[in-house]
Design a protein around this ligand. Structure first.
Ligand code: T3D
Length: 263
């Protein structure tokens, strides 16, 4: 597949996907969804870490609203937004969370609507100092989607989640970090360098263990302690049989850095 709306670069075990509709702040069309889905599968096959970022001055402004402009015109039925969510956004968020490698979000500019949801769905999110975050949904009469009502209260707490969603007020990267929405704020001109360096580091780590960490943390959001303890036991049993675990312990006793292969 050749891409019109995203860029894909794979090097040194790291896949870098850039949403690339800068004149529309990288908002989503059906075409961009299809290309992103394809690119994610390529990265899943060939890499051990993924960086997700945006071209130009935005990270992603959610759904491309120009496609909704005909709404209400004579003879036009209202769009079935549930269909878009079911077909595009929900599978994307589920795939990001189930991907067996870490995803670094490099939020280079405004992350609004479903774009903010995607930033929250990443495993580790860095943001440029000038980036902003906006739950834009209520401004156009919608409910936060693409996992926002799930991630937001868990990341920032009920009080802030409610105010952010109901008021649709923009927050800065600094505030997002202080509130636990993202991992780190980075100077604008250092963002991509830091994101790639972090991904390159993660690409040398025990990928299977990182995937199971993602799985366990996700499961903990709804599990009881007893069920979570059982899950940890099962995952540890699986990881105890990996080449990387053997290598980790051997390297520890040989007092050298481990060479993990991701198996
Ligand atoms: O519809 C469904 O299928 C349901 C799914 C919903 C998922 C969602 O994400 S709903 C939420 C959709 N997104 C929004 O409501 C955000 C809309 N955008 C904004 O509020 C603002 O653009 C921003 C706060 C993100 C940035 O503001 P600012 O002042 O920095 O930039 P701007 O001037 O508003 O935008 C720059 C250009 O990008 C502008 O085009 P122009 O005037 O230069 O030709 C603007 O129209 C365009 N743009 C920005 N966001 C979108 C967009 N074009 C289409 N769709 C967008 N979402």
């Amino acid at each position: 597949m050749t891409y019109q709306t995203i860029l894909l670069d794979i090097a040194d075990g790291v896949g870098r996907i850039t949403l690339n509709r800068p004149d529309r702040l990288n908002s989503f069309t059906a075409e961009m969804h299809a290309e992103l889905r394809d690119a994610i599968e390529k990265v899943a096959k060939d890499s051990r870490a993924l960086v997700l970022t945006g071209a130009g001055r935005g990270f992603c402004a959610g759904q491309d609203l120009s496609q909704r402009r005909q709404m209400g015109k004579e003879g036009e039925p209202p769009p079935d937004l549930g269909h878009t969510i079911e077909t595009f956004y929900n599978p994307l968020v589920k795939r990001m969370r189930s991907l067996e490698l870490p995803i670094i979000g490099a939020v280079n500019g405004v992350a609004a609507g479903a774009g903010m949801s995607l930033a929250m769905a990443c495993d580790i999110t860095l943001a440029a100092r000038s980036a902003t975050f906006l739950q834009a949904f209520s401004k156009i009469g919608l409910v936060p989607d693409s996992g926002s009502t799930f991630f937001l209260p868990r990341l920032v707490g009920e009080a802030r989640a409610r105010a952010l969603a109901l008021l649709a007020e923009k927050i800065t990267a600094e505030q997002a970090m202080a509130w636990g929405l993202i991992w780190k704020v980075v100077e604008d001109d250092k963002l991509m360098h830091e994101a790639i360096a972090l991904a390159q580091h993660l690409a040398t780590q025990p990928t299977k263990a990182l995937a199971r960490i993602k799985q366990a943390l996700d499961a903990s959001l709804t599990n009881t302690l007893g069920i979570q303890l059982d899950l940890e036991r099962d995952l540890q049993r699986e990881l105890g049989r990996t080449q990387d675990y053997r290598e980790g312990v051997t390297a520890f006793f040989e007092k050298r850095p481990p060479k993990f292969v991701g198996r």
